[in-house]
Each structure stands twice: as C-alpha cells, then as structure tokens.
Write a protein that binds this ligand. Sequence first.
Ligand SMILES: [Fe+2]
Length: 407
Amino acid sequence: MKRKKTSSKELIQNIIVQIVVYLLLVVAGFAGLLFYTAYRNAESHEVLFNYNIDTEQSNPVFVKIEKGEGWISEDMFGCQYEFVVENNYKYPISKWTLTIPVPEGCYIDSDWEGDWSLEDTVLSVVPFETNEDVEVKSTRKAGLVLYMPEEQDLNGVIIRYRVHIDYPETVMFKILVALFSFGVASLIITILVGAHINRFEREHNSYKTVVNQALRTIANIIDTKDEYARGHSLRVAIYSKMLAEKMGMNEFDQERIYYIGLLHDVGKVGIPNSILTKPGRLTVDEYEIVKRHTQMGAQLMEGFTTIKGAENGIKYHHERYDGTGYNEGLKGEEIPIEGRIIAVADAYDAMSSKRCYRDILSYDYILNELKINAGTQFDPNIVKCMIELIEGGFAPVSAAEMMEFEI
Ligand SMILES: [Fe+2]
C-alpha cells in the first residue's frame, strides 16, 4: 500500500557515485595524455633539406645555412658555415643532430657549438648539451670552418630531432584540470549539501511524526464518541490520500488531504453521544444537531491554519455534488476539492464498516451505490478513482494495514 519513495539520501548517494565515475574518467584522461606525450616525445623525426625545392621549407623545423665569404688557401676553398636550426613548431624540439654530405677531400679547420665529425663524405654535428633544445619560435646554431677541394654548395642536409611536449603546458591538460576541479568542487558541494539535507530531513521526519501522531490521537478522541466509528477518521484519511494520489495530486497535497481526513469529523466532539450512538433512526431535530458538526468543526479549527484547506474539508464534506447537501448547499466544483474527496472517502468507509444500526454492506452494493450517486451526491471523477481503488484491492484497508500506514 505504501509506495517506495527514493529518499534524498539515496539520491545524493547516486549523485556522488556519478561524480566519482566522472572523476575517474577525467583521471583516465590524464593518464591517456601522459602516455600520448611520452609516445610523441620518444618519436624520432627526420627531415631532408634540398634547398632548391620550396615545398620542404614548409616543415616547421627548418635548417638554414649561413655561408661566409670564402677564400682560397693552398689550393683549397675555405669557408665559414653556420647551420641555423629554426623551430616554428608548436612544441620545443630536443636532441637535434645534422648530417651534411660534402665532397671528397674536405677537412674541418675549426668548429663551435657542437661536436663536429667528418667521415669520408659525411659531415655531422651533435650540438653541445646546452644547445640541443630549441624552444618554440627560436633558433640554435652550430658552425665550422670547412675546407673543400673546390667551392661547392652544401645540399641534402638531414636534421633528426625529437619533439618535447611538456604535457602540463598542453591545452588538453588545462581542460582536464578544469574538468577535474569542477568534479572535485561538485563532489564537495554535494557532500556538504547532502549532509545538510540529511539533517534537515531527519528533523523534518521527526516533526512529521509528531504531527502525525498528534493528529491521529485527535482522530482517536473523535472516534471514541461512537464505538462503531473506531478507526473511521484514520480510514477516511487513508482513502482520501489514496484518492488524492490517484487524482495526480503532488505528495504535499496528498499529505495535506490525509491530515484533513483525520480531522474531518472533529466537530463531533460537540455532539451528544446519545445522538451519535442512537441505534434507530434519528428524529428531524436530532439530525439537525448532527449536521452542526461540520460548522462546529470549522469553528474549532479556525486557528489551525498550518494545514491549508483544513477548514474546507471539515466544513464541506457533507455537501452534495448536486447542491442538496449541507452546510451551504454548494454545487459541483463550487465545493472545495478537499470536501469532495472526503465526501467520497467518508461515504465509502461508512458503507464498508459496521454501524450501530446496520452491518457492513456488500461489495456489490457499495460499488452500485457509488455508481448511482456519481454526479448527484459525489463528484463523478472522484467516484471513478474510488471504484478503481476498490476494484484494485486497495480498499477497504485492514486493521493491520491501518497500523502499518505511514505518511
Ligand atoms: Fe462527517
């Protein structure tokens, strides 16, 4: 009978689990970035420069040859060369080396900024350690004075290098840090807010229990006026809440209708027991006295304003849909919704309970009574909901279900 609700604690736990999964994914992103940069940094690049082919100059890492004025000495052509490595790539490069084909018979006279070597016709240089890293948009040089048998342009220079991606400097790393910070902040906020909500919910539930127990006690006091009415107010409250739920009202309104149901007959405390428990038919005067319980109840509850609509349910639960009820002879939807719901719940409980003047009425009789009075005594839409509850086995409620019922 009691629907399982997702508590805010479960909701917060679900959110925390989702944030933790999100953070794990971000951490996996960091690991992926780390592996990617390590892989890229280990990769060796090689570029050949034939200076007469323009397309090769589009490579972001470029080698320029700065050639000095040459001279002839002892039948050899001597010249100063500086090899300038330009880095226009988006990351620094490191561990660059050059190899340069030269004619036979060359020799190195002097050199700088690197370890130069000449083996047969291959000149190569490994830059000094301080010179091997080239930052973005910067250059490094290494030079030598080379003698060759006759003047000849140097061509076919090969540069080998590695890129150096410093992963904390990458855009992806900054995005991941932002995502991670967002996740951690969300987690902290969720935990803090969750702790507050849990405390608030505990306090709220504690107050709700106090209110529920207090109003159920009042309902018991009302029902002791008539031993045949024992449990009547609680059952009317339960049916009213079920109807409100079936009609699509929100949880707050369902709770409100339940409390009003508990109090709907509060005015009976002012009606003599001799009339309420009279086994036979009431006289016209006695009936007029009984009718006063709605007005008296409304007056008693005048100061009880915390339950919105309480007065409506108490004062108008004996109005009839066709306008022939009391207190005011309201008709149709002029009768407040609280009054119309309680009227159906009240009549159903009266028919499905034993009274001092009759036994419990049969299932078929009750269904028939509800159907034939839909639109005259009762709101037809609410009757439809009540019939669905009866046919669905939700009504009547047993004594055990009443004991277990929690709002
Ligand atoms: Fe009543």
